[in-house]
Design a protein around this ligand. Structure first.
Ligand code: SF4
Ligand code: SF4
Length: 449
């Protein structure tokens, strides 16, 4: 079929199909996973809540302030990708990249529809729209969105998102296809720096295959092959070219266009089996070993210096991110001094500072909090909205929708050391059991003399 690679069957085809099924399943089904966080919070296990500027990831809730964790995860993931590339070439491109997965899916549709009188374009439009829907599900409650889209009651923005992502899927997977890998993606340019002569790449064992020709005669000894005649194992059937999604001929050597999908390995192994020659004329191997004309292929070297460097960075970054995730504070509290005026001297000689208190709870179930100053710091607290003008050593506050924004007045009594600028520590406790949830550090201002 024009523009559609031929089918290959074998180990790498099976790995590709299995992995693509897992990734597609993950993409479409994970947004439907539920996670009980209580009545006021979304019940979706993973949700990018853009209006609320937060990310729900199972039991975690991340805010923009947690950006360092995202940076740690991204650095870790990128280093793992570098590790995989240094070890085994473009495995990401060939097996897991969304461009590869969706293009492969559209090729499968073409092959499936060819003899079944089903217009492939209809199936492809359905897949593209489903992809748009699947993408939108990561950003809003998936079952609700599905119901509203089907019932025609979704917001116009939801239909727009499905159409835009669906259109993009069509453009990249149906129209651009391998052109994305060949001309648009920057990754092949980077990967050259990550590979060395010991990395696993798809290699054509030219010493075994050449000189190629339809009539196979045993190999020439001077080319390193078995004792025999003058022709190599390649029978020039071009199956390796026919199955290649980027339409390259790997027999010309490793090229930028090779995404390392291994389909030519499967195709050639099938041919070798048929003509009774050993498999592996095309195989994942190191360039060093291919040049050594060895019948035995090398295995990846996970402990070599270059891959180990990337693995160490990945483990460090992921370890740091995981530690930060496990020790996330249950709430965020800020105390912004209101500096106009800096302080007020009361008639009884006390010095009062005015703060804007902002608390956001991360832990579900937190509703009433107790505030007090740290041990050894004298002062009385009063919410500006409360009727208790004297203030007290502790105050209790109730969160509304897990959030509180209130003016807090803190007074250091006459006689307490309140000269100039001094540190102030406000402790935030769970009112139910006195558990310390956080400490806010700020400055208390008093007269210079
Ligand atoms: S599939 Fe194998 S035998 Fe056929 S052309 Fe390619 S390398 Fe040669
Ligand atoms: S040359 Fe082989 S491994 Fe490379 S993209 Fe083509 S089929 Fe895949």
């Amino acid at each position: 079929m024009k523009g559609v690679p031929a089918t290959a069957s074998g180990r790498y085809r099976r790995i590709k199909t299995g992995l693509a099924s897992l990734l597609l399943g993950w993409f479409f089904l994970v947004p439907f996973l539920r996670w009980d966080r209580g009545p006021d919070l979304p019940g979706q296990a993973i949700l990018f809540d853009l209006p609320g500027r937060r990310l729900f990831l199972f039991g975690w809730e991340f805010w923009p302030q947690d950006l360092p964790i995202a940076v740690g995860l991204l650095v870790g993931a990128a280093s793992l990708l570098f590790y995989a590339t240094a070890l085994a070439g473009r495995v990401w491109c060939g097996f897991a990249c969304p461009q590869t997965v969706w293009t492969d899916l559209f090729f499968a549709v073409d092959r499936f529809c060819e003899h079944r009188r089903i217009p492939p374009v209809l199936v492809k439009i359905t897949i593209a729209l489903l992809t748009g829907f699947g993408f939108a599900c990561w950003f809003t409650d998936a079952p609700t969105l599905a119901g509203r889209l089907l019932g025609g009651s979704a917001a116009p923005g939801s239909y727009g998102a499905v159409l835009i992502i669906g259109g993009l899927t069509w453009l990249l997977g149906v129209y651009a296809k391998q052109r994305v890998c060949l001309h648009m993606c920057p990754w092949p340019r980077f990967q050259a720096a990550l590979l060395d002569r010991d990395s696993q790449v798809v290699t054509y064992q030219a010493w075994r295959g050449e000189s190629r020709g339809r009539k196979r005669i045993p190999l020439r000894e001077d080319l390193g092959g078995e004792p025999g005649g003058t022709r190599g194992d390649c029978i020039d059937c071009t199956r390796c070219v026919a199955v290649c999604p980027t339409l390259i001929d790997i027999r010309d050597g490793l090229q930028m266009g090779c995404i390392g999908c291994g389909l030519c390995v499967d195709a050639c192994d099938t041919v070798m089996e048929k003509i009774g020659r050993p498999k592996g004329l095309i195989r994942f191997d190191s360039e060093t070993n291919a040049n050594a004309k060895s019948w035995t292929k090398t295995l990846p070297r996970p402990l070599a210096a270059k891959p180990m460097l990337f693995l160490s960075v990945a483990l460090l970054a992921l370890g740091a991110a995981l530690f930060a995730m496990l020790t996330l504070s249950p709430l965020r509290a800020d105390l912004d001094p209101q500096r106009n005026p800096l302080f007020v001297r009361l008639s009884d000689g006390g010095i009062r500072n005015d703060f804007l208190l902002h608390i956001q709870a991360r832990e579900p179930g937190l509703s009433t909090l107790r505030l007090r100053l740290a041990e050894g710091e004298a002062g009385l607290l009063r919410l500006a909205s409360s009727g208790d003008h004297a203030g007290s050593e502790t105050v209790e506050v109730t969160l509304d929708q897990r959030e509180l924004r209130e003016r807090l007045l803190i007074t250091r009594p006459a006689g307490a050391d309140a000269k100039g600028r001094s540190p102030l520590h406000l402790l935030v406790q769970d009112a139910r059991d006195g558990r310390l949830l956080g400490t806010v550090e700020t400055q208390f201002w008093g007269p210079e003399s």
